[in-house]
Write a protein that binds this ligand. Structure first.
Ligand SMILES: *Cc1c(COP(=O)(O)O)cnc(C)c1O
Length: 366
């Protein structure tokens, strides 16, 4: 076994944490110089950082003005907050991998009547099949299932909105945002964490929700149901109205997210999406061309652009992964049962076309 001590030269194409966005190092240096980590989280200076970060996220993802954007510790936390604040009795989950399954598990733990419609790993959902009850309160969707590389077409999300106009629709877009051009008016709440496509150090979740979610959460409180403590919707919005957070937050993370979104806005979201599509096309082409791989997601319309999963046919996946490391590329291993049979390749905004072209070459030869 080789010792890869030259980690500084490595390109991490892992689906989270991943390679940092290429501007992050400079932003961290500047943040330290400006004492961002030492200022008070109740100061004017920090409030201005919050305003800046929220406005840059809003612009980048085209989030309507009347949707709240608040900060948590992680996306995992937001699963819990969504169940606590947006379901009185029941929730319904479309499950096709480990992350969508965990969202469901949280609802079970919090004693809601949680139901799921589950399909095998690598499959998507055919809308006609879904036995979702008419009176569903909270419909939980995972737009990009990171464990299997299955992505949900946005048109399917909008179709579900039409079919279930009274349900609150929650969208986990942790490993795809800001790639999907999601029309937020068609959903009620969405969320992501920053160590995936945003290329930032982990430890910050971003939760987006509309007035309907606020009303629902207040209705729960009125009925004497706990919505949690400091990160209930009511506590979060009371604070964010003053550009603050209930707790001492990850100030460095909030600062860096604003800076990276600003960089992405300068590059334009259209350019970022075009490049991700190009790199995804290249990678799926290479996987089709090589005899050593089979694309895991069979139906093209469900193939993720940001997390690309393939079965490795002729060698253990670990042998291939080590071979790629010699070329300064680290790809992700398979998830769970697929651990030594699959690779997962992150295709995030920071990953360059050149790295993808090199990886495609290596895979075709592998
Ligand atoms: C990574 C991931 C999460 C969890 O994010 P954390 O930041 O680890 O809490 C949730 N959902 C999906 C789809 C993910 O890929």
């Amino acid at each position: 076994m080789k010792n890869y001590s030259n980690l500084n030269l490595m390109n991490f194409l892992t689906p989270g944490p991943s390679q940092l966005y290429f501007t992050v190092e400079d932003h961290i240096k500047k943040a330290l110089k400006e004492n961002i980590c030492a200022i008070s989280h109740r100061s004017k200076a920090f409030q201005q950082i919050v305003v800046h970060t929220i406005s840059q996220i809003r612009q980048l993802m085209n989030i309507p003005e009347d949707y709240y954007i608040v900060f948590t510790a992680s996306a995992t936390e937001i699963w819990e907050r969504i169940i606590q604040n947006l379901s009185i009795e029941n929730s319904y989950h479309l499950v096709n991998g480990s992350f969508s399954k965990k969202f469901y598990d949280f609802s079970v733990s919090l004693k809601r009547k949680a139901s799921k419609y589950e399909v095998a790993l690598g499959q998507g959902f055919e809308l006609a099949d879904l036995p979702i009850p008419e009176q569903v309160e909270l419909l939980c969707l995972t737009q990009n299932e990171t464990s299997s590389g299955v992505s949900m077409p946005l048109s399917d999300i909008y179709e579900l909105r039409k079919k279930f106009p009274n349900a609150i629709i929650a969208v986990d877009m942790v490993s795809s945002a800001p790639y999907p051009d999601l029309d937020f008016s068609q959903i009620d709440t969405a969320f992501f964490s920053v160590q995936k496509c945003f290329g930032l150090p982990a430890g910050l979740g971003v939760w987006i929700f509309n007035e309907r979610c606020v009303e629902k959460s207040l209705a729960l409180e009125k009925a004497g149901i706990s919505t949690g403590t400091y990160h209930s919707i009511s506590s979060l919005i009371k604070n964010i109205k003053n550009n603050e957070t209930p707790e001492t937050p990850n100030m460095l993370g909030i600062y860096l997210l604003g800076k990276v979104c600003e960089d992405m806005n300068r590059r334009t979201i259209q350019a970022i999406r075009t490049e991700i599509s190009y790199k995804a096309g290249l990678m799926y082409y290479a996987l089709r061309e090589s005899k050593n791989f089979e694309i895991f997601v069979k139906e093209e319309k469900f193939r993720s652009k940001t997390v690309i999963v393939a079965d490795v046919l002729q060698t253990p996946a670990s042998t291939l992964i080590n071979h790629l490391k010699e070329h300064q590329i680290t790809v992700g291993s398979g998830y769970g049962a697929g651990k030594d049979k699959q690779i997962r390749i992150a295709n995030f905004p920071t990953h360059s076309k050149e790295t993808f072209e090199l990886l495609a070459d290596l895979l075709i030869k592998a």
